[in-house]
Every structure is written in structure tokens, then in C-alpha cells.
Write a protein that binds this ligand. Structure first.
Ligand code: ZN
Length: 246
């Protein structure tokens, strides 16, 4: 399994950055997770977008979703030009107008509500995915991917809660949102974690490596890393644009 950072910034993207987007791969299986500004262009550095097996939209906030329209237009052309005939599988929260929007292209997309897929193993070859409920301001889901004994987890946007450690337990790589510095802790009420909480989560979950993501471009990343290291004894990294973690 490998996990590539196509975008890791929020609430906006700096020069040469992009908002939330990730590529999860196992052999020929290619899954895009979230589709924030700039991430769809970055995807094309690594794969031909017509080869995607699945798109997962963890929630409908613009920094995770804005490039959906770009992907949709690219897929319309693929179908018009006879380069793809089968619909792309999309998992998304069954919430409101955005779910209806994503679902309104049945020839392009086969949309599955994440709520119908909770507690279920979703198999892609040898890789098994599971969703878990995050705590955010809108319906939002984290993801864990397993292949044999190896595990990669992604929290998406969430505030800290202890039971999340069970979900992401024993992750080889935990990609955890660290939207906030300690000095801004009161903003966790908007459904986000501090870097220190991300570290606490990784420690409770006995993660091997913690990668902080959902990075505010106005913060000093070294301070975020240092704050996470106060609560986690393992390796802490700041998500790096276009880096692949294997
Ligand atoms: Zn969000």
C-alpha cells in the first residue's frame, strides 16, 4: 500500500500547495481520497485519472471537495471520447444538496452513501477499507486501509475523541489532521484537533508514524511538529506535498 499527498493545506492553499487530496494505491488499485483545490491536477503527476477505481469524499467542505467539478468535467470528456465506459465508484456522506449533486451524473458516477458502508469491509483486491465516524461540523468520515498486517489511517476533519484511537489502532502510518496550534485550542470546537491532540491520538493508538496534515499555511510547521512530539513518542512528520508514504 502507498499513500501520496496531493494536497494537505487548509483553509486555503499557499503557492504550489493544494487543499486536501490523497492517493491511496495498492498495486493496480488507485483510490483518490478527497478532492480539494489543486489536488486533481496533482493527481495527474502520478496516474492517468481515467484509471481511478474509486473516489472517496470524506465530507462536503470546500477544502476537501472543490475539485470535484474539475474531475466531473474530465470524466464527462472521457465518456464522450469513448475512453471510459464504466462509472467511477464514489463513496460520500449522504448529506443534502452536495450528495444530490454528486449523484446527478449516474452515467459517470456510481455513488454509495458512506452511512450504508459503516461497519463493512470494502474490498479492493487485497486491500480492505473501513470507514469510521469523525466528529466534525458536518457528516464526516475517517478511513482505515489494511493489507495483511499493514495499516494506514486517515482521520479527515475531526475533533479529538478517545474512541478514535480504537479505530486507528496499530496504524503503521496515521495521517491525522492537525489544524490548530495549542494557542488556538478554543477553535477545536469547530471540529478540529490541535497538533498536540493528534500526537495524543497517535500515542493512544500505538501508531508507528504520525503524519500531521490539514495544515494551516499561516502556521510555522516546526511548531506544529514540536507540539505533536510532546504527546507522541514515535516519529512525527508534517505532510509534504507530492510525497509518497509506503
Ligand atoms: Zn472540514
Amino acid at each position: 500500500m502507498q499513500f501520496t499527498i496531493l494536497g494537505c493545506f487548509s483553509p486555503f492553499s499557499p503557492y504550489k500547495g493544494a487543499c486536501s487530496g490523497y492517493l491511496l494505491e495498492n498495486g493496480k488499485i488507485k483510490i483518490m481520497i478527497d478532492c480539494g483545490n489543486g489536488s486533481f491536477a496533482n493527481l495527474q503527476k502520478f496516474i492517468d485519472y481515467k484509471e481511478l477505481d474509486c473516489l472517496i469524499l470524506t465530507h462536503f467542505h470546500s477544502d476537501h471537495f472543490n475539485d470535484f467539478d474539475m474531475l466531473r468535467k474530465a470524466y464527462q470528456l472521457l465518456h464522450q471520447n469513448g475512453k471510459r465506459s464504466n462509472p467511477l465508484i464514489i463513496y460520500a456522506p449522504a448529506e443534502g444538496e452536495f450528495f444530490d449533486k454528486v449523484s446527478s451524473y449516474p452515467e459517470l458516477f456510481a455513488v454509495i452513501p458512506i452511512e450504508d458502508s459503516l461497519e463493512k469491509d470494502i474490498r479492493f483486491g487485497e486491500m480492505v477499507l473501513r470507514f469510521f465516524e469523525a466528529r466534525h461540523t458536518v457528516a464526516c468520515y475517517g478511513i482505515k486501509a489494511k493489507k495483511g498486517q499493514k495499516k494506514i489511517s486517515y482521520t479527515s476533519d475531526t475533533s479529538f475523541f478517545e474512541m478514535m484511537a480504537d479505530e486507528v489502532l496499530d496504524s503503521d502510518y496515521l495521517f491525522a489532521e492537525a489544524s490548530l496550534l495549542e494557542k488556538d485550542t478554543e477553535k477545536t470546537r469547530h471540529g478540529h484537533m490541535t497538533a498536540k491532540q493528534a500526537g495524543k491520538l497517535a500515542q493512544m493508538a500505538k501508531a508507528k508514524n504520525l503524519v500531521l496534515t490539514h495544515i494551516n499555511p499561516t502556521y510555522n510547521p516546526h511548531i506544529l511538529k514540536r507540539e505533536a512530539e510532546t504527546t507522541f513518542e514515535g516519529t512525527v512528520e508534517i505532510a509534504k506535498m507530492m510525497k509518497t508514504y509506503k
